[in-house]
Ligand binder design. Sequence first.
Ligand SMILES: Cc1cc2nc3c(=O)[nH]c(=O)nc-3n(C[C@H](O)[C@H](O)[C@H](O)COP(=O)(O)OP(=O)(O)OC[C@H]3O[C@@H](n4cnc5c(N)ncnc54)[C@H](O)[C@@H]3O)c2cc1C
Length: 398
Amino acid sequence: MPRRPRKALIIGGGIAGPVAAIFLKRAGYDVEVYEGWPHSSGIAGGLQIAPNGMQVMAELGLADELIRQGSIAESFDFYSQSGRKLGSINRDMEKRFGQPAVNLRRATLQAILFNKAWCSNAELYFEKRLIKIIDRPDQPIVAYFADGTTAEGDFLIGADGVHSKVRRHVVPDGPEPFDTGLIGFGGFVPRSVLEGRSIGGRVETTFGQSGFFGYGFCSADPADGVMWWSTQPSHGVDAATFRAMDQAALKQHLSDFHQGWHDPIPRIIEAADNMVVTDTLDVASLPTWSRKRSLLIGDAAHATSPHAGQGASLALEDAMRLGKLMLAGQELGLTFQNFEHERRPRAEKIVAIARRNGNSKREFSAAGAWLRNQMLKALLPVTSRWADFMYAYDPRTA
Ligand SMILES: Cc1cc2nc3c(=O)[nH]c(=O)nc-3n(C[C@H](O)[C@H](O)[C@H](O)COP(=O)(O)OP(=O)(O)OC[C@H]3O[C@@H](n4cnc5c(N)ncnc54)[C@H](O)[C@@H]3O)c2cc1C
């Protein structure tokens, strides 16, 4: 009779990786996490954990800490380029879904997750970039790293994000990430930039004739400033090209792009520094999420463009559901199949919504932008109710 698998190798120490480590430890497995980058507290940018992701945090006993270190998002408000209000969604999330949506710095989230993983006795290794996996019958599965070292386990979880190396092992000739034609800029500015505009817990966002701009708080600490981001058609210029520019040139680009947009957008751009630039990537649906003893989770399985604000929450859900299924102790291949069967429909539905949302941020004619704004005004109440299924999901009872 085959021995019950005991030891998990997890590739990727982003969001899905450390959380899967915690849930697998709870299920009684030995866990080693291998992250390609050095350990750093300087991860840039901010993000929102939606109520469904916060349910996972609650299960980990971390929801209160996230709320304490982040900022509850009380609504998502939409404006036109000239500053006319188009509508508001995502109100009363805590009342409706049992958890609020919380904005926080990515670096804060990462530190909280690493601490919890360490406290759970998962082993975390940094500067371990996976280059190859060998999975032979009757032998441990072996992960090979760029520094010449290896690790052996009974099974391997690919939580290595949109550019996943594990995905290439699971689906050798599978789809590669593709550029969705939009590019993201973002950073933080001092709160004084919003002087005269009291946004409270609202996230304010603006649809331009071309592109999109948003800002909101992501910490209770006034010293932490305001998170902002700009999404624009890339016109074939990739993030690496922008990253090669100095901050003054980036600021000039943003200032030209958002010229004439309503207050406080020009003030935010004027105050911006240490900007980060990101490609907006997507990956087509994979034929399978697992092969033999390797399974993909999070962005590695279902990378999503950021326009639904759900990628991190889906990664958290995956990690928790995997832990629950592994606890049942069924045969590994069957567990992986059950995981994919359960998670794929939900994940791919949300990936498709994010793709559609991204289309509203592309370039429109003046008449097209006017029409889009009218449609947003009329349809937001309906579409926001329809999107409730994303937030109402509770991975404890799924
Ligand atoms: C600009 C932007 C804004 C976003 N905003 C939001 C938001 O507000 N809300 C939301 O829910 N989602 C948001 N997302 C999406 C979200 O960030 C991702 O969906 C989420 O991080 C996926 O988690 P993950 O753990 O699967 O992958 P990741 O967080 O990408 O982690 C993967 C990890 O694997 C490591 N890795 C990669 N290759 C290797 C290798 N070969 N060997 C070892 N380690 C490796 C990486 O270094 C990384 O640490 C946003 C994304 C972007 C780009």
